[in-house]
Design a protein around this ligand. Structure first.
Ligand code: HAX
Length: 434
């Protein structure tokens, strides 16, 4: 048994006991109430599910297993995945064992390439990634065990097996999507002995003479790993998984949600907006030009991508971390400089616009600060990854760690099938109004 499996096997009985005790102590107490506005408003702020891998505090951002993200930025993705699942940073031995485990599982089945090659060349890279994950569903050990018959207590074991298989293959699959979709040549194979992030960087096939692109990939994959349970992708994965659909179905469902422009696709939109801005003004814009351009976007009914958040009310620490990386590695790059300038100007524009909206009887913009997607694209662009429709695929590889961790823990805890109650507008008028 692998170290990760062994550690989990030891911890799961305690997790189960904790849930049992929490339910016995507080099971009948209320932890949230729901207003009609929340029911129409995407259930924002309604506390209705449990997620132990991470929490997002409005004034602090992502906290993984009790530790703020920026304290963890030195960790490699393997370590982050281990932490999400077990609550512990692995020691050197456990980290190396996970890397060896990935080495053994990383080969991508040949049929995945056949399917990707057969897809229309104008397919979105996210559609290609999700198709590749779904087509690998036939590999699911969970489905095999389920069909043979297993106890509920065993569910987490084949789910973890599926999760490790998927995570080991995902960098190769994602890099293959890049190479096939953008005619970069045949997919590059996984290099045994190289870590998950550096392998991904290497398989993309971009030049990296100093190794700093691999450093960026490790940081990027670390920062995008998880964002508690209620965001569109995590919640979709949770819901599909709750029907005991296996991990391939569940993660693919989550990533289909990540592909939306209000969620993970914002990073593609964001760099598009930055480049359009630079194109208009022939390089890094002046403050006034930038302000006018931002207002023009808003008045045309569009959002400023990379700004705002459903939960956060401060600058996203993930943005801060990526900005620091940019300042260290590419301070003179015009795209990066534009991103940094947008941070100086756009929050003020959004605040002003929000006040105008309120005067016009509309909702305020709850958060005028940047989220993770505002900065990541500029860094990738600097290293030659200029095909920005691909950016959400990078996000997906990372976020799969969170989805896999949440799903394995849900299997361990026997989480119930998701089924909130919906009501009709008529019901609201009669029952709430009455
Ligand atoms: N530009 C313009 N308007 C914005 C805005 C922005 N960046 N952010 C919020 N608003 C608007 C909303 O569209 C909403 O308008 P309506 O009431 O007319 O529909 C109003 O302000 C109130 O919204 P909110 O309460 O502040 O925010 P929501 O929780 O409804 O939405 C979003 C959160 C992230 C979807 C929103 O801020 C947005 O669309 N941002 C731009 C897209 C983006 O960056 N998405 C990525 C978010 C992070 C993420 O998930 N990454 O994967």
């Amino acid at each position: 048994m692998s170290i990760l499996k062994e550690v989990l096997a030891k911890k799961i009985p305690a997790y189960r006991e904790e849930v049992k005790k929490t339910l016995a102590d507080y099971g009948s107490k209320a932890m949230s109430e729901v207003t009609v506005a929340q029911a129409y408003g995407g259930m924002r702020g309604v506390k209705g599910m449990i997620c132990d891998t991470s929490v997002v505090e409005p004034d602090k951002g992502l906290i993984i297993r009790g530790r703020p993200l920026l304290e963890l930025k030195h960790l490699w993705p393997e370590e982050i995945f281990y932490l999400l699942l077990t609550g512990e940073v692995p020691d050197a031995k456990a980290k190396a064992a996970l890397q060896v485990d990935y080495d053994k599982r990383a080969a991508v089945p040949e049929y995945v390439w056949d399917v990707l090659e057969a897809m229309p060349r104008d397919s979105h890279p996210m559609c290609m990634l999700d198709t590749a994950i779904l087509v690998m569903e036939r590999e699911s050990v969970f489905r095999q065990w389920y069909d043979k018959g297993m106890t509920k207590e065993e569910y987490w074991l084949p789910a973890l097996e599926d999760g490790l298989q998927l995570l080991a293959k995902l960098p190769g699959v994602a890099a293959g999507v890049y190479r096939i979709r953008y005619n970069k040549g045949t997919p590059i194979a996984w290099t045994p002995g190289l870590d998950w992030g550096a392998n991904f960087a290497n398989m993309l096939g971009l030049p990296d003479p100093t190794g700093s692109f691999a450093d960026l990939m490790r940081l990027y994959l670390n920062f995008h790993c998880d964002h508690e349970g209620g965001n569109v992708s995590a919640f979709s994965c949770h819901t599909v998984g709750s029907a005991l659909s296996d991990l391939y179905y569940s993660v693919s469902a989550g990533l289909n949600g990540l592909a939306g422009p209000l969620h993970g696709l914002a990073n593609q939109e964001c760099l598009g907006w930055i480049l359009e801005l630079m194109d208009r003004f022939g390089g890094v814009p002046g403050d006034k030009d930038l302000r006018d351009f931002a207002f023009e976007t808003l008045r045309s009914g569009k959002v400023i991508p990379g700004y705002g958040h459903a939960v956060l009310r401060v600058t996203d620490p993930r943005y801060t971390g990526l900005l620091e990386f940019g300042k260290e590695h590419m301070p003179n790059d015009p795209v990066f400089q534009t991103v940094a300038k947008v941070y100086d100007v756009v929050p003020k524009v959004l605040k002003e616009y929000s006040e105008e909206r309120v005067k016009a009887g509309k909702n305020p913009i709850a958060n005028c600060w940047p989220n993770v997607d505002a900065g990541s694209g500029a860094l990738l662009y600097y290293y030659g990854l200029t095909e920005f429709p691909y950016y959400t695929v990078l996000f997906s590889v990372s976020r799969s760690m969170g989805m896999v961790s949440q799903l394995v823990l849900n299997r361990a805890l026997g989480t119930a099938i998701t089924r909130p109650k919906s009501v009709s507008t008529e019901w609201v008028s009669k029952n709430v109004g009455g």
